[in-house]
Design a protein around this ligand. Sequence first.
Ligand code: HEM
Ligand code: SF4
Length: 551
Amino acid sequence: MYRYDTYDQTLVDERVAQFRDQMDRYLGGRLPEEEFRPLRLQNGLYIQKHAPMLRIAIPYGMLSSRQLRALGEITRRYDRGYGHFTTRQNLQLNWPKLEDIPDILGELAQVQMHAIQTSGNCIRNTTSDQFAGIAQDEVEDPRPWCELIRQWSTLHPEFAYLPRKFKIAVSGAAEDRAAIQVHDIGLRLWHNENGELRFRVLAGGGLGRTPMIGDVVREDLPWQHLLTYLEACVRVYNQFGRRDNKFKARIKILVKALGIEEYRRRVDAEWAHLKDGSQTLNQAAVDTARAHFIEPERREIAEQAIADFERLRGENRAFSRFVTNNVSGHKVPGYKAVTLSLKRREHAPGDITADQMDTVAELADRYSFGELRVTHEQNLVLSDVAVDEIEALWQELEALGMANPTVGTLNDIICCPGGDYCSLANAVSIPIAQALQERFEDLDFLYDLGPLDLNISGCMNACGHHHVGHIGILGVDKKGEEYYQISLGGNATDDASLGKILGPSFYREDVPDVVDKVLKVYVEQRHEDERFLDTYRRIGLKPFKERVYAK
Ligand code: HEM
Ligand code: SF4
């Protein structure tokens, strides 16, 4: 994984000192609130419903055991002993004290972490595939490219005050697991027929108030030009994006207004000045970035061990369920990626306690070369587990409450903090997730339903990705009362689509029944082995609507 060099470390340390001074001046009454606000946002510090909220970046979702331990210690000492993983591979602390933030940032810096650019109108944390570097369907490892983007975008002098926030996601595999089509810029690595590496560049995707799927700006960008081309894309946005209306300020609105051809033309015109300039990447630069993502020293796994693993699966139903749902293929035979579920009814989806962080860090050391991944579905991954150790790991995860064999099922709900924490919320979302998890906990039923994404947001900002849930739930406010709007047919992967609203919204108590009716229509109408999404696409909204609103 990437380790800071002295430049990185100095930069982060200096930012901590700078922010400490800003905080001192603010608390001492020498820096007015309105001047402090942009400064704190540049360091990921929000003021939320109950307390400040600090958003910590986890670049492209990679975390070391040492960092996770430090996060555990920070949440224990400065917060209430837990943290919340978000859909953008960040960790949020919900209860820090304002005056402690500089100390927290100082401790983060010691383990090469920070909160820079996790908020504000700048380029945010670049996100990627949680199986980067190990996936069987990988064309090219996206991590070195994410790292190059991280270095380019961090404190980029030109892009500190964009019209609005800006999010980039990168995928290097056949299957998109990074939701690149709903990001401001989505990048897809591929090889042309000569085996040369290319980027497909999408722009103008995004969720929130006006959700949109991104358009292809350039199909075949040679890798050397990644940064200059990105710079051109963001420059055009910076220059022409709307600053008069916050709700129309994202790049998706600009791309829509101009049309993709005109946006492309402007990007190309800008790129003409940048192309082949000093930011052009050469092999040496890429090799340096790649050198940070070396293969761990995996052992040779005997054929027998693989056979034993399969035998164990056959003998133990509970273990088999876990393997089927939470264990993924690996490019190296004998190794697997294991997803640790952060979905338990007692906790908000994505929440993790300090004690769990400690134990998971230890598991990462013992089973996975001290490395972890954070997924945009709000789970954790141990990316390199030898098959002869998976059963032992599973036992330990069971004890920790992280072995829920439900990854990818209806129970693996994505959910924003909603009205319990967020001051922008129209309605609560965590209790909805909990009610649904309680209602649909029968494993046989969940497995029978097959892959199903259920995503919940507490308001139209869509932090819980509700637009791209196969079933999406959105909290709405009607004359001061909480209601929930249900949409169907959203999808965040390759054949991305935005959900369509079923009809009038529902009371909180009715949501599980409504979802139940939706599922019943699917079960009755599906063809054999047809995914929920495909049944929906075949039969449309009408049959669901008829059942749900039947008198
Ligand atoms: C302090 C709490 C939070 C605040 C104030 C907040 C605010 C917002 C706002 C205002 C938007 C809409 C932006 C726009 O369309 O211009 C947004 C979008 C989004 N936020 Fe949050 N958010 C918070 C927490 C979270 C959490 C906990 C998650 C993940 C669980 C998250 C992930 C996202 C995502 C994925 C989007 C939509 C994607 C897009 O940018 O198009 N946010 N957030
Ligand atoms: S979707 Fe709305 S309620 Fe949920 S975290 Fe985002 S801003 Fe808050």
